[in-house]
Each structure stands twice: as C-alpha cells, then as structure tokens.
Design a protein around this ligand. Structure first.
Ligand SMILES: [Zn+2]
Length: 493
C-alpha cells in the first residue's frame, strides 16, 4: 500500500514535470528566434542578422606580427586573433554567418614567383579581400592594434571609407559602443585611406582597438576582460548596423538621407591653459561633441588641461602665442614666438610647448598678425610641425598671412578658420554666429569656427550647448578639425 502511494505520487510528479518541461521548451522555442542571450549576459535581437554574412579579419599573422613589444612578448597579430574569435563566439548565437580570414597564426603572402610585383603586404591583403568577396560577405571588419610616437595617445577607433555611406554607418555604430567601454578615450569614427577600405565591394571598417604605445592601454589590451569588452562592443555595433539597415528598408527616406554627404562643421575652442570665470569648466561639459581644444603653453593649467581634454574625448591642439602687429602684450602670454627671435629660439619655444602638450595633433596661432605674414618666422614653425606629423590651422588674424603657402611648401596639412564665433560676447550674437557657420558649411561643404574660454566663455559654452543639437538635427555632421584638415589619419598597415 505504502509502495503504491509512493508510485502514484511518482507517476503524478513525472507527468507534471514532463508537462512543465514541454511547455518550457515551447516557450523557449518561441523566444529563441528573437532573443539570443550571449555569453556575457547580454541580449541580442537576432532577426536583423538573419542570413547576414559577417567577415571578421584579424589583421596581420604569421610572419607579419603587426605592431609589437617583443620584450614583453606582445604581438598585435595575437590580440587581433583573440578578439576576432571572441566576436565569433558572441555572434555565433545569432542567425548571422561568421566567416574568419584566419583561425590561427598565419599569413597569406604568396611565394615570390606568384605575387609578381606585389609587395608581401598587398599580396596578403588581396587574398583576405578575395575570401570575403567569394563568400559574398555583407560586411568586412578588419581588427588591428595601433601604435604612435605620442605615448599619451589612447582609445579605440573605427575607420571608414568616406565614399561608402554604409561603411560610414558601420564604423559609427561600432564606435558608439567602443566609446562606452569604461574609461575608454572617447574617439569618433574617422575616414581612413586604407587598402582594405578602398578595395572591398562590401562596406568595410578597420577597427584600431587601442594603442600599444600607451603603457596603460598596452596592459589593458592583454587582459581577457578588456578583450571581451572590445569584442562585445564590436558585436553590438554590428547588430546596430544591421538593425539600422532593416529600418532603412522600411523607410526609404532614411536611405536617401544616408546616401547624401553631410556638410561638416568643426569647432576649435581657444585659450585653454588657465581657468577664469568658469568658461573652461562649461566647455569641458560639452565632451559629447567632437570639439578641438587649443591649449596655450607655459600657463598654470597647461598640462592639466591637455591631459583632461584628451581623457574627456576632445581633440588637443597647441594654441601657440605669436606676436601681433598691435594689441596688448599682456594678452600674448609667455613663451611666444616674437618677431625679433632667431630660428633657434622659435624652435626652442615650440619644443617647450610640445613637451607640455605632447598629445596635440595640430597647432593654431594665438594672436600673431605680425608673425603669420612673415615667411622667415613661419618656416621653422612648419618644419617642427612636419617633423611631428601635425597640422596647422591659421586663426586668420592677418589677411596677408603666408601660412598657407609655407605649409604647402613644407608639406604640412593646412586649413584656415572660417568664422570667429564670439567676437561679440553676448549669447544672442554667439548663437547667431554658430548658425551662420552652419550656413557656410552648407555652401562650402565644411566650415571651421573658433570660440574662446575667455571673458565670453560662459556664453560661448551655453550657446554651443543649445545650438549644436540643432545643427545635428539639420543634418550637419560635427567633426574634429583634424578630420577636415588631414582627410584621414594615416597609419602604415
Ligand atoms: Zn587665442
């Protein structure tokens, strides 16, 4: 009897359990097509990825280590491969098909008799591109690690082919997630003149996942958890990209918007290096916009502002004091370039500025109406910039400036300010000038504005905070000034 009861209970339990199990399986199957949970506890909507082919290319490999620190046994090729494999792990749970250019430490360099005049590098890249073309991949994602002479540089960045709006969209979607990795230097997607970007028929991106030349980032790039963060950010960017495409297919107007090249506006804020009246703090609050902050050397807060600017996601310029024809000498600041100086003295003052602001990517002049029209004084300036791979922005304080021709002669990327935004200090005037700048960018394709943190700084910051969202709504793309002047940031791949 006792036995029978136990048996009955067991039977009931088994039936109930089976029913529960079956219904759970049904529920699971229903959801499985839309929601896929990845290994990191994240949820991907997979429907936009259905039937998509994603080509993941861990850069370098085999004989070609990429950038490296052999003393510590760190090779770019290994990091690229690890992150590539992690991306595959994450995305394999979606409905997308993942194709890898390599699964191990190898390259695709053809033997000499087969590659003809091609360099080893191009022979290798051609095969990777052909693999993606043959597979009819929807996107090509090439993974890399960067290095540069400036050890303060850090942060992951995605490069696109500016001629392909889908490449731009893909890079922007990936960059948006890379920016959100904790403590990541907040870079923006940039145009790049890379062989892969120029020679793939499908939208492609180069993701530079960080700088080995930065000691902190080098350490991070070797960490499993950081590699997982990178892989997850890139995977999320890919999901966003395909979701955007799906949306675009539903609303044809969106695709037209995507295909038109947007006018570009770059804004430089001058005279950082010292803090007065709170303008600096208010400008630092605008970190979500790609502003370039021009920092004066030899000031109380020069080095602090240079570091803080880069960490917050701004681009850093040196704001070099240069002697004016007239104007108060007290405005000039210490360590200026003056008309009586020898070539050696000019170079020495520039080198001091570079030591204090080592993360600057370019330079513009503070005042300088006397110096910028003087070829003899501008020659050493341009030579120093060329040697540091930096660009020059003429603030435009003298209509007879010779900077453009000297820059061209020496081979320094050059452009000139379009408008000063805050020559009149009141809010309404500054706002008016920002809108004027936007108008000029529509006419000329782009425009460069300069504002200040000085007496008008609070008004300038507020006018920018209120007006920049309007510009974006009007379809104007805000960019770092380097993007306009350099066209793209180059690196030997
Ligand atoms: Zn200035």
């Amino acid at each position: 009897m006792k036995k029978l009861i136990v048996l009955t209970i067991q039977k009931k339990t088994i039936i109930v359990a089976s029913l529960l199990f079956v219904s759970l399986v049904i529920i699971f199957l229903c959801f499985e097509h839309q929601l896929i949970t990845d290994t990191f506890g994240d949820t991907f909507n997979s429907s936009a990825l259905a039937n998509k082919k994603i080509f993941i290319d861990p850069g370098h490999g085999g004989e070609d280590p990429g950038c490296n620190d052999p003393r510590l046994g760190i090779y770019e090729k290994d990091i690229n491969l690890i992150v590539g494999q992690l991306i595959r792990e994450i995305l394999k749970k979606t409905e997308a098909e993942i194709i890898m250019s390599r699964e191990n430490d190898r390259d695709y360099v053809l033997p000499k008799d087969q590659r003809g005049n091609l360099t080893k590098k191009l022979s290798d890249l051609n095969i990777r591109i052909k693999m993606a073309e043959d597979a009819k991949a929807d996107v090509f994602v090439s993974l890399h690690v960067n290095t540069t002479k400036k050890s303060s540089y850090s942060g992951a960045e995605a490069f696109y082919n500016p001629a392909n709006p889908y490449s731009v969209l893909l890079a922007q979607n990936i960059q948006n997630h890379l920016r959100n990795i904790p403590n990541m230097t907040k870079r923006i997607a940039k145009p790049g003149d890379y062989y892969i970007l120029n020679n793939t028929s499908m939208p492609s991106v180069i993701v530079e996942m960080g700088y080995l030349s930065n000691s902190k980032e080098k350490e991070l790039l070797m960490k499993k958890s950081y590699q997982e963060n990178l892989a997850l950010a890139i995977s999320r960017g890919l999901v966003d990209y395909f979701e955007n495409l799906a949306l675009e297919a539903e609303t044809p107007a969106a695709s037209q918007d995507l295909a038109t090249v947007k006018p570009k506006v770059a804004i430089i804020i001058d005279d950082l290096g010292t803090s007065y009246n709170g303008g600096v703090e208010k400008i630092f609050e605008l970190y979500k916009y790609p502003l370039s902050l021009a920092i004066m050397p030899n000031m109380d807060n020069t080095e602090e502002h240079a570091l803080r600017a880069e960490r917050s996601g701004f681009e850093v310029l040196i704001h070099m004091p240069m002697e004016p024809e007239k104007g108060r000498s007290s405005w000039l600041g210490p360590g200026a370039i003056e008309g009586t100086m020898s070539r050696e003295a000019i170079i020495s003052n520039l080198n001091k500025a570079l030591e204090q602001i080592p993360n600057a990517v370019g330079l513009n002049n503070h005042m300088g109406s006397l110096i910028t029209k003087n070829r003899e004084k501008m020659l050493p300036v341009m030579e120093v910039l060329r040697d540091h791979e930096m660009f020059f922005i003429d603030s435009g304080t003298n209509a007879d400036s010779v900077c453009r021709e000297v820059a061209k002669e020496i081979g320094v990327p050059f452009d000139k300010r379009t408008l000063f935004l805050d020559s009149k200090y009141d809010y309404a005037s500054i706002r008016g000038e920002i809108l004027h700048l936007a108008e000029l960018s529509r006419v000329n394709g782009y425009a460069i504005g300069i504002g200040h943190v000085g007496p008008q700084g609070l008004n300038t910051a507020k006018a920018l905070a209120d007006t920049l969202p309007l510009l974006e709504e009007q379809g104007i793309q805000l960019v770092f000034v380097s993007e306009l002047v350099m066209g793209s940031v180059q690196k030997s791949l």
